[in-house]
Design a protein around this ligand. Sequence first.
Ligand code: BYC
Length: 482
Amino acid sequence: MATSMNVDYSTSIPNNVALGDDRRVLKALENWHPGYLNWWHNMGPDGFQEALVYLRTAVSVETDGWAVFDYVRMPEYRWGILLAPQEEDRKIPFGEHAGEPVWQDVPGEYRAMLRRLIVIQGDTEPASVEQQRHLGQTAPSLYDMRNLFQVNVEEGRHLWAMVYLLHKYFGRDGREEADELLRRQSGHKDHPRMLGAFNEATPDWLSFFMFTTFTDRDGKMQLEALAQSGFDPLSRTCRFMLTEEAHHMFVGATGVQRVIQRTCDAMKQAGIEDPYDIAAVRKLGVIDLPTIQKKANLHFSLSLDLFGSEISTNAANSFHAGIKGRFKENRLEDDHALTSATYQVPRLVDGEIKLTDEPALTALNARLRDDYVRDCGKGIALWNNTLTKAGVDFQIKLPSTAFNRKIGEFKDIEASPSGVVMNESCWASREADWLPSKADGDYIESLMKPEIEPGKYAAWISPPKVGINHQPGDFEYVKIDG
Ligand code: BYC
C-alpha cells in the first residue's frame, strides 16, 4: 500500500520527507544551498538566468501530481527532495538478504559501498548541466531551449536527491562528499567528474540530442538497478527520478528524429536520392545522414563505457549485498541469488570476439548493458521509421559493443562498427568514416545559430508534432527578457 505524498513547500527546501521535523538535515541542506546556487550561476546555463521559462515542477509525487507547468526564473526553481511513496512491508528483492525487510538505515557493513554508488550517481547530474551550459546560446527554437532548461533543472534536482541521502544517512563524510560534488567539474584538468563520458564536450545540439538519447538512457538503466536496492530510501529516490528521466530521453529521441525528418524533407525537395552525397546535402543547410550515424556511434560507445567492465567483482558484491539489482529485478523469475547461474558475455578470445559463459554474478554489468542495448533499439526504431516513411534509403544502426571502447573487455583493441577486430593503422585509416571528424564538427557548428522568434525553427530541424503541455505552435516557451 502506498501512502499519499504531497510536497511540502513551506520549508525553504520543498520535500515530501518531513524535513520540517528533521532540523539537523534541514539545517545541513540549508547550509549546502548557497554553494549550490553559486554553482548554478557559475556552471549552469550560460545567460538566461533572468529569463522566464515555461517549466514543470512537482506538487506531489503521485502520477497526476507533478506535471504542473508555469513560468519560472531558473534560479528560483524550487529544487526539492522528492521520494516515491514508501511501500509497506517491502522486502529486499535479491542477494544474500533476499526476503528480509528492506533497510531504512544504512547497514554498517555496506556503508562504504553505498556511499560510493550514491556519490557516483550524484556526480553525473551536475556534470551533465556543465556539459550543456552553452547550448542555450544556439538553441534552434524557444521550444528546444525550454526543453534544455527543463532537463537542466531536473538534473539539478537529481543532484539534490543524492545530496539529501548523503546528508541524512552518512554524517560528516556525507557532508564532505556533498561539497565535493560541487567542486569537481566536467572536463577539469585537476578535478574532473568521475566517469569518462561526463568529461566529454557537448558542443552542439545534435550532440545534446544524442547525449539525452544514449547517456540519459544509461541513467535510466542505472537508476532502475538502484531502484531495486534493499536500502529503501535509495530505492524510493531512484523510483521518482525515473519519472523525470523518461522526459529526457523523449527530448533526445524526438530531437534526433526531427533532425532526420528535416534532412529527408530537404533531400526530397532538392531531388537528392543518394544520402552519401554529403556535399550536396550540406549545401541545403541540413545535417547529412552519415554524420548523424557517426554521432550516434560516438555517443553510444561513450555510454557503453558507463556500465563499467563486463566482468566486475564490484557489481557482484553490490548485488550479493542487496544494494544494486538488475533491470526489472522484481519481474525476473529466477532465484535472485545467482550463485550458480551463468550468463553469456562477448569477450576477446585469441584476438576474436566470442560469446563465453561467465558466472552470472560477475557478469552483471554486461547484463545491464545488454538490457540497455535492447532499450536503445526503441529510439533507433523511431528514427528508422522516419527514414522509411520518407522513402530515403538509409537506416541508422547501433555499432558493435566492441567499437570505440575505453573501459572493459575491448578497451585495448580496435573494432569496426560491425565488430571486426582490426589493427591500429587500419583503424586510423577508417576512423573518420565512423566517428565525427573535426570537419564534421565544424560543419555542424556552422549551423548552430539561435532562433528565438516564437514558433520559428532553425533550418536544420523540423518543428515538433505537439507542443509542451499541448501549447500552440507559436507559444513563447521562454520569455528571454523576463
Ligand atoms: N569512467 O568493476 P568496474 C546518469 C571505474 S548516468 C571512469 O569495472 P563497476 C545521468 C570504477 O569506478 C548513471 N571510471 O565497474 C545520465 C572502479 O573504480 P574504483 C550514473 C570507471 O564499479 C545523463 C573501476 O573503474 N549512475 O545518471 O562495477 C545525465 C572498476 O570498476 C568507469 C551510475 O553509474 C568509467 N566509465 O561499475 C545525467 C550508478 N567505469 O571504485 C545523469 C552508480 C568504471 O575501483 N555507479 N570505472 O576506484 C555504478 O553502479 C558503478 O560505479 C559503475 C561502474 C556502473 C559506474
